[in-house]
Design a protein around this ligand. Structure first.
Ligand code: M6R
Length: 614
């Protein structure tokens, strides 16, 4: 949710931290702050708003001669996004200064106890409690790191922390529980961050902290990782595979547009090596040892949030259609709180781009407690969900930075389709011919996506007619319905236009009352089982004054012309694979409407990329 950056070494800390914060801003952008240590004092700067506001503040003072620092970009949870609530947060004496990602659930009780001991709090945050708690524990015979460990044993909740102390200018302490921390190892220098993006341009050697780890990084290049019980640990030093171009916009105006255009490549990468046409089958090495379990499973439960939930819903359709195994989809955010009936015969599949979504992690926890097998479909290698799951399948979308998910969605679909085909083969529901037809269609998706992307200018033209829209409906049926939901989510989250999606036939059961003269209604009206019925649904909307926009299969224009004001054609493809292609015009439309309305496309208001709070 928030982004943490830290540096210790011989170089100037501020430029490194500033660049790092810019790279992590997608994680939260309500406010930003930095603490810089010059061997004697710690200077703290914090400012509400985006990182550029902080940059102006610090640059005015031309900050140099600081070789140790920590920075933070915030998505507010406790307390408004004001200057005072921004991180870093210093302890009462100013000796302990820290930045935090996560939520301290028992902060109120800890705060009360500290207030009783004379501590006065400046902010409304849960974070300030940690700096004061550490200070209250630190004594002559207790080092800062020991005080950190002792403080953290009293804390419940989630944290990624970077901590500096005024009287120890040669060390940076980091700790993790539930919020990722990556440490980059350079030549007598260390870089700390919530993810690898700020580290990649400095070093490729990294270690990932595990929950409960505390690390001390020293200016002389020595580092120590311990457990909370102070046992020395030896985490593996890994080599980052991330390419710097993956985290830059290149020639595109926004990350979202770049990521929409990356989809053909992302699908190719996500299916590469997983299709065996000769055997009319799929190879999913990550879950092969669980295939027997799938066959015995009474049902599959897919859990996810947001866009990943829409992919899960499509996955339910895939699995039931192709493998005839009962599947259910749950909002991860609800799962834990409604005492779900799960047992050891169930397979729970958690889907997440970031692999850090707190609601999805909580759903995994309860599924495991109840004995279910948990598999993960994640994009971020080594992420918390990937590690918590018993096994899983990675998507290979590459880093997604735009807050609005695009390539994550279609790559999740590709992996879910592969899984459904594999299960269909295992369950003897799919013959070789059908399996091969589907796999060949999937292999054709990247080229067909390029064709849809080539229609960008037509969709951008259409976007002009949405600038003043107040409400938009997205309708689809069958395999296309979850894509309608995804289209509506894209429009509302980046352009702030109210949008809703329904299965087209549901409209007559209530929502049709909202249809008014000129209201845009976007239909996914591609060829398939319900095509004729969808045309009837279009007529129903048109009769009530709606302005109909149809996403249609190539060659069907003549059938839709009388009922639609605008027709966007996509290449013909097996009905099951329509979501891959129909998603693209909907993404492009939302993108351009948001641009034309002057919205901050990559950093929409009130949102953040990975939602690491429940
Ligand atoms: O990282 P995850 O896939 O777990 O994230 C889940 C949702 O927070 C995410 O898909 C969100 O809905 C996107 N902003 C939608 O564009």
């Amino acid at each position: 949710m928030c982004g943490i950056v830290g540096y210790i070494g011989e170089k100037q800390a501020w430029p490194i931290i500033l660049k790092g914060l810019e790279r992590l801003e997608y994680r939260g952008y309500d406010s930003a702050g930095v603490a810089l240590h010059n061997n004697e004092n710690i200077l703290v700067y914090k400012k509400s708003g985006k990182v550029e506001n902080l940059k102006k503040l610090v640059d005015e003072e031309n900050r140099t001669n600081h070789n140790l620092g920590i920075g933070h970009t915030r998505w507010a949870t406790h307390g408004a996004p004001s200057d005072v609530n921004s991180h870093p947060h210093a302890s009462q004496s100013g000796n302990i200064v820290l930045v935090h990602n996560g939520i301290i659930e028992n902060y109120a009780a800890l705060k009360q106890a500290l207030e009783a001991r004379g501590y006065v709090f400046k902010s409304e945050t849960d974070t300030e409690v940690i700096s004061n708690l550490i200070e209250s524990i630190k004594k002559e015979n207790i080092s800062t790191v020991e005080a950190v460990r002792l403080a953290l044993t009293q804390v419940t909740g989630a944290y990624g922390l970077a901590i500096i102390s005024q009287d120890e200018p040669d060390q940076l302490i980091v700790a993790r529980k539930g919020s990722p921390i990556v440490i980059g190892i350079g030549e007598k220098e260390f870089f700390v961050a919530s993810d690898a993006a700020p580290i990649i341009e400095h070093t490729k050697q990294v270690i990932y902290l595990d929950d409960g780890d505390v690390a001390i990084l020293q200016r002389n290049g020595v580092y120590t990782v311990t457990s909370m019980a102070n046992e020395i640990k030896h985490p593996e030093v890994k080599s980052l595979e991330l390419d710097i171009t993956a985290i830059e916009k290149g020639d595109f105006d926004h990350f979202m547009l770049k990521e929409i255009f990356e989809q053909p490549r992302a699908i190719t990468d996500s299916i590469r090596g997983r299709i065996n046409l000769a055997a009319a089958d799929v190879i999913l090495g990550g879950i092969s040892q669980y295939e027997e379990k799938f066959l015995k499973a009474k049902r599959i439960i897919l859990v996810a949030c947001g866009t990943s939930w829409h992919a899960a819903l499509t996955g339910e359709y895939f699995v039931e259609e192709l493998a005839r195994i009962p599947a259910e989809v749950e909002y991860a955010s609800e799962f834990r709180y409604r005492n779900p009936v799960i047992n050891e015969n169930d397979i729970v599949i958690a889907i997440s781009q970031s692999g850090e979504t707190a609601d999805t992690l909580a759903a995994i926890e309860i599924a495991k407690e109840k004995g279910a097998t948990v598999l993960g479909i994640c994009n971020v290698i080594g992420s918390s969900i990937a590690r918590q799951a018993d096994a899983g399948i990675y998507t290979h979308a590459g880093q997604e930075i735009g807050v609005a998910s695009t390539k994550a969605f279609t790559t999740q679909l590709s992996v879910l389709l592969l899984l459904a085909v594999r299960l269909g083969k295992l369950n003897k529901q799919l013959d070789d011919k059908r399996s091969n037809d589907l796999l060949k269609s999937l292999m054709s998706v990247p080229d067909l996506m390029e064709k849809v992307l080539a229609e960008k200018s037509n969709i951008f033209e259409l976007a002009k007619t949405f600038i003043t829209a107040k409400d938009v409906f997205y309708l689809g049926r069958g395999f296309a319905f979850p894509t309608a939901l995804e289209g509506a989510l894209k429009l509302k989250e980046i352009s702030y236009i109210h949008a809703e999606a329904y299965p087209a036939a549901e409209m007559k059961h209530g929502p049709i009352a909202l249809i008014d003269e000129g209201m845009p209604v976007i239909f996914i009206a591609t060829e398939g089982k319900s095509f004729d019925k969808v045309i009837s649904n279009m007529e129903e909307m048109k009769a009530r004054g709606a302005r109909i926009i149809a996403i249609a299969s190539e060659g069907t224009k003549s059938l839709l012309e009388s009922v639609s004001e605008t027709i966007i054609e996509i290449p013909k493809i097996d009905e099951i694979l329509v979501p891959f292609l129909a998603a693209i015009p909907l993404q492009l439309l939302s993108y351009q409407v948001a641009v034309l309305r002057g919205c901050d496309v990559d950093k929409p208001r009130n949102l953040a990329k990975s939602v690491t709070v429940e």
